[in-house]
Design a protein around this ligand. Sequence first.
Ligand SMILES: O=C(O)CCC(=O)C(=O)O
Ligand SMILES: [Fe+2]
Length: 242
Amino acid sequence: MEEKLRYSCDSASPASEGYGSRMLVASNDTVLDWRDYFDHHTLPLSRRNPSSWPDSPADYRKVVAEYSDHMKALARELLGLVSESLGLTCQCIENAVGEFYQNITISYYPLCPQPELTLGLQSHSDMGAITLLIQDDVGGLEVFNNGEWVTVNPMSNAICVILADQTEIITNGEYRSAQHRAVTNAGRARLSVATFHDPAKTRQISPAFHPPKYRPVIYGDYVSSWYTEGPEGKRNLDALLI
Ligand SMILES: O=C(O)CCC(=O)C(=O)O
Ligand SMILES: [Fe+2]
């Protein structure tokens, strides 16, 4: 516990770097997610300060930095494929997003004696452009599809691609952001690592097609409402529908 508190994040400011346990909880809400997390600010390089990350094991900081660079390259490639699949130029979505603000969140879900009473992480869609997630073999990630929750079975050596809200806006709804959640279990604790790629807070995001189905939004405003209102599925994105 002492070690965790040494790295504790500022719980008053959203998505601050470090160790915490309340990220998706609206300020007026008393329901806590059954989760601890460690958030790393990894890109752009001006935000990357490995000395604020854990220093053990010895190569931890180096591995996180390398992982960040590889995930950025993969995110660019995937957004390029999404763009091309819609007849857009390869760079189109990446240009709309602008420089990636990348955060890496390691989530730890302790085993839960009564898993039916809580969630590891409540239903939400990710706010940014694209999330790349790896999970251990315990399982607990679920996506909402055709009115039901479907388990994303853990696969070794697989990276789970979660398209996020700004990609839904830019593609004018051709690609939908995934509504997902994490459930807990009474048997084993679980670990996942999510790498988020977001626009700058000052960036205006709007659809690349006409007629637009979503109102343009300044990304920072989107993030603020997401944190003050709470995610509740995709309601923040739905609020932008025209
Ligand atoms: O732990 C998981 O599988 C999901 C994590 C997640 O959705 C998030 O951090 O946004
Ligand atoms: Fe998520």
